[in-house]
Design a protein around this ligand. Structure first.
Ligand SMILES: [Zn+2]
Ligand SMILES: [Zn+2]
Length: 124
C-alpha cells in the first residue's frame, strides 16, 4: 500500500483551489497557516464572490484588484480590494505568503505620491 499523506489527517484533501483571474496561478483556498484565502498570493488579485450586503454569494464574479493596505486592530495587515466591474470595496486579511513586494508598494504609494507638495512641512 502506498502512503497517502493528503488524506490521512482527517482534513479534507486540498482540492479546493481557484485559478487567478490575472496571472493564472492555481491557488489553494486554504493557506499554509490554515486560514481561508480568497486572493492570489503572487499578484494579490481576488474575485468578487461574496455578497457583503446580503451575506451570500455574489453574482458579480468579476476581478478585484488590490487597492490599498489597512492595519487591523490586531496589528495584522488587510488588503482593500476593489471590484473592476461593480466597484465594491472589500477587506481581506493578508496571508503569510502574500507577495511582500506588492504589499509594500501598496503601503507606500500614498506617501510616494502625496496630493500636495511636501515642502510645506519644512516651514512647521
Ligand atoms: Zn495572480
Ligand atoms: Zn463586483
Amino acid at each position: 500500500m502506498s502512503h497517502n499523506t493528503t488524506n490521512g489527517t482527517g482534513r479534507a484533501p486540498s482540492t479546493d483551489t481557484f485559478t487567478c483571474l490575472r496571472c493564472g496561478s492555481v491557488v489553494n483556498r486554504i493557506a499554509p497557516d490554515d486560514s481561508r484565502r480568497n486572493h492570489c498570493p503572487s499578484c494579490l488579485t481576488s474575485r468578487h464572490t461574496d455578497d457583503h450586503i446580503d451575506g451570500g454569494v455574489s453574482e458579480c464574479q468579476a476581478r478585484m484588484t488590490p487597492l490599498s493596505i489597512a492595519v487591523l486592530r490586531s496589528g495584522r495587515w488587510a488588503l482593500i480590494h476593489r471590484c473592476t466591474r461593480c466597484y465594491e470595496l472589500s477587506l481581506h486579511q493578508v496571508g503569510g505568503d502574500d507577495n511582500q513586494l506588492i504589499l509594500m508598494r501598496l503601503a507606500v504609494r500614498p506617501l510616494a505620491e502625496p496630493p500636495f507638495p511636501l515642502d510645506v512641512f519644512a516651514d512647521l
